[in-house]
Design a protein around this ligand. Sequence first.
Ligand code: CU
Length: 501
Amino acid sequence: MNKQLSPNLVAAILIGFTILFLAILPVRIQLVPNDVEAQETPLQSESIAVAQAEPKVVEYTLRTILGQTPPMAYIGVGGDIDGQINPSLSANVGDTVRITVINGDPVLHDLTIDEFNVTTGDLLLQDQSATVEFIADNPGDFVYYCSTPGHREVGMWGTLTITGEAPAQAVHASAPEVAVIPTVVPAVADAVSVVHDPADLPAPIGDRGPTDVRVDLSAVEVNGVLADGTTYRYFTFDGTVPGPMIRVRVGDTVELHVRNDTSSQLQHSIDLHAVTGPGGGAVYTQTNPGEETTFTFKTLAPGVYVYHCATPSVAHHIANGMFGLIVVEPPGGLPPVDREFYVMQSEVYSVEPYGTQGHLTFDHAAMLDERPQYFVFNGAANALTADEYALRANVGETVRIFFGVGGPNFISSFHVIGEIFDRVYNYGSLTTPPLTDVQTTLVPPGGATMVEFRLEVPGRYILVDHALARAERGLAGYLYAEGEENPAIFHGEGAANDSGH
Ligand SMILES: [Cu+2]
């Protein structure tokens, strides 16, 4: 038989529960920080509840900031961390941690914590924000940082300290190791050539006096062709690698303008080795996307100098193509020659192995380990072997090559197969008598040389770094010499064979 509950008893039970609920409620609210909406987080187990403080939601807001110490950082917004650079964050085991990041500048940033597998993803626009949320399920000190290459290295990181006991049974403390098969993004269909035509350089200065010169350079990030079927995101000056050759005279006053294209994701800048002054100009030219900076300098010493972007990670910006030469000619100018060329060497650090088809991605760890996949002259694999960009001259002409190394890491053992350098202006010095009759010359990263030789015999000559394994990673260029055979100097029997070189 069913026995009905008395209405009085039901009412008594309801009142009892209400009183109990009201009694508990203040305690529950107290456990949640005032500025956070109460959000309940279920306890993971009874044992935690005994050992740990009751889980709560811990909220922080960070804003990215440039130009402080360190030069790239997060600054706390609100609460105890307000105004602190890279503030130390804290939580207890079991807490829900919620971190909001506001982009304080129009530069690419994010916030990443590897151990919790969280990231805000790309924050590109000024005032763009994103929030990460995760359960602090293990104690320890964890680094939060910006994963844009170089940003963590210049100081864009801080620590999240989680205190408490590790759960008795870690639910997912360590994920099973799974072999990661990299997927390659398809090549960018409208990628452009970034190759700087080696014959494209300014005319010699000649015999003029010192003057004022204005130089405008634009930092442009582009999808460029690295090899057939392979594209890469380059950083450039004026869209080519290397950037334009700047040619001035000793005693000139140069007003240099750096514009950073509105489409850029990162700051860019310039350090010219021809400059005498802090940062070679980099201290005045850290330029946000869409902005322009300027400074002036006087050229005090003749020489062949490298310029490059000097925004962290500097090595990354160089590897991606931001370098060029500035030639400061002596009074009276350089001796005349028949042909001048402009060639620079650099490395490309991709995640994907050399020869991979598709759109390759930059590998910061590989750059730090100095393990490039590609070596290139003028920006792309084997670029100067293509008919479009090969060097061309005639027998009997004197050829001058301004050769520099952007790097960022590798010294070049520069050599032209089939030729001897008549003159090497060692280290790019134009005030030291040149070395004569040189087979191979060393050019360090951030260094340059000027070599000259007369073409005596027609044929194809090959520009290489005589660390010849690099030729198999894209480092070669052709110089074609046209004209009459000269059997007194070079003569062979039978058909010539190109296969050796
Ligand atoms: Cu740059």
